[in-house]
Each structure stands twice: as C-alpha cells, then as structure tokens.
Design a protein around this ligand. Sequence first.
Ligand SMILES: [Zn+2]
Length: 385
Amino acid sequence: MPRRTHAVPLPSPAAGTRQQLLLHRFAPDEARHGGGHPKAYIQASLHADETPGLLVAHHLLRLLDDAATRGDVTGEIVLVPYANPIGLAQFFDQRLMGRYEFALAGGNFNRNWPDLAALAAERLDGRLTDDAAGNVAAIRATFRAALAEQRPQSALAALRLALAREACDADLVLDLHCDDLALPHLFLIPQHWPEAQDLAAELAVRAVLLAEDSGGASFDEAFSTPWLRLARRYPDVPIPPVCLAATVELRGWMDVDDAQAEADARALYRVLQRRGLLAGDPGPLPEPACRATDLAATDSLKAPAAGIVVYKVRPGDRVAKGDPICDLVDPAAEDPADARTHVEATTEGLVLSVRSHRYVAPGMALAKIVGTEPLSHRFGYLLED
Ligand SMILES: [Zn+2]
C-alpha cells in the first residue's frame, strides 16, 4: 500500500500565516501480512535547530516509499519529517533558535511532556487482568482516549498533543536529535537495555546513556516510562514495558551530509526490518561500538565563570579523572597570568561532546564525559537544558 500523508494544522501563530505538521503513514497490506502488526513512530528535530534528523528523515522517506512499492511494509510506520514547525520559524540574527519556544516562553521543546500514566491511571482501575496482551491493548486505548479529550490552549500545546497522539500507542519511538560537536549516542530507560542493542549497533553509537527518569519529562520518556509507572500502580497484574522509546543523538549540528544521512536512514531501516516492520533480510548485526552506562555516570561539565573556551580535548578522546578538558580565559583579566580557569575531568571516560561556540556564560555546558561509575553530584535533574 502506498503511504498516506496527513497534514495536521496547528493554531495560526499570526493573522495571515499557517503552520502544519506532516505525518507520513505506512501500513501493511493486512490481507498479505495479517493483523496485529507492530507500530513504529519516528520524528525528526523536535529541537528544530538540530538539522541532521531532518536529512535522515528525507532519506528514510524515500527508502520507505520504495519498500511500500515492493509490498515490503509489514508494520505501521509513522514518520514525522519535521516535528517542530514552531521552532523552525524561530530565526534571530540570522540564526535558527529551535530549542526553546519564543512566543509564550514555553521552555525547552523536549521537556514537560504529558504524564500518560497520570492521565490513564484512574480510568484503568478494575479493568486490568492476568492477560498481559489484553492489558497492553486496554492501556493503549486509554492513552488514546485521554489524549483525544485534551483541548490545547496554545500552538505549543497543540503541537505536543498532535505528536503524542501518534506516539502513545507505538512499540518503537525514535526521536531524532543531535548535540553540538559530538559522537552519536542514545538515551534510553534501563529496562530497554539490552533489548535496544540492535539500534545501538546499527547506528554505531559510541554511548548508550540509561536513566529511568532524567528529570525533564523528555519526549522519549513520556512514552517509555508510563508502562513502568502503571506496573508499579497495579503490581498484581502483568504490564510489560512495551514501548521502546529512544532519543537518538545523530552526532553534532554540523554533521549534515547526504552520505552520512543516507547511512543513518539505512541503519534505521534495518532496525525496522529486525523488529518486524519491514520485510527483507537486514544481514548480520554489527558488533556494538560501546556498552550501555548509567546517565548518572556521565559528567556534564559546566562553566564556572564567563570566558573564552580553549579546549584541550576533542570528542572521542579518553580522559582520566583530573585531566584538563578546557581553560576559560577571562578577557577582562588585567594580568594575563590570572586570566585562566582550568576545568578538569571529574571522571575517567570518553569525551562525548564539546561546544562549538567558544565563549560562555557561567553555568553553560562545556563537555560531556561518559564514565562508568555513577557520580555523587549527578542525581535528580540529569539533563543539560
Ligand atoms: Zn535535542
């Protein structure tokens, strides 16, 4: 069956203008492949200024169209080629600023997603049984019903709701992002490791960062963690964690080229094959390029002062605790001998990301270092924002 493309209008941001999402939906020919098929949901660039995902989605759309022509679609696949038209319109000083919402100071687009477990919980009282598959179906129907009742009051709320309605009943949710100057990596909940090894190996990610609750109610966690919360609320019935949701960090801002994006799209295609959404042999699974680690073991170094950032390391370097990561040079220091603040690694590990713009204010992120031992200062809110 060919894909169907839906346009989802968002509230007009200003008189005379319109914004809309596009959803590309691929579905199996049920006469050929039967019912009960899995669902995958893939969206690009919820942080609208993180461009690699947009190009990966462009290549993936072509691959999926070809699969549909061959009759190779065996599950439902929803591809959102640009998840954030609000952010894509936020230019300032010739730069796209797509991480935080401007209009109503709505904050980071990838925080404060709805708590599906809270929305569904009371409606499920007395309805769950010993039948795990029946519980999964009942919970998904309840998520859909609860979101169908919501009436968004802003363009941002309408955007969140449109995306959540599509992702809430998927088996696989992939949210395509990127970092600044970075190696590819994934964020997952620990309950989905090693289940997600195929995704990590196909994308050759260099880090898999696990946290059950990173503190920010991010998009991926909005669909993976409700199953854990409901399992705790209803401990006497089986509720498996059936939605594998990942934030996929496709390297850095600058890593936008056709060869890389097509390779990433083909990697995602093979993941969809391995998970029963597309027919065809994906070939042997590559060797993984890393092991998974606790997100609380990844240090996120912050600038202790304003200044010029002079790095001593690059992504991919391995460092020991106490190794120099960068200097902050204060241009206001009258004596150059007093101008430098040294920033050192607080853990042994892999330098995963650094920043491209080389002047910072206090508190801004300087680098991520992936260690293996949880750090005592890393608890509660684990994200950089
Ligand atoms: Zn992002």
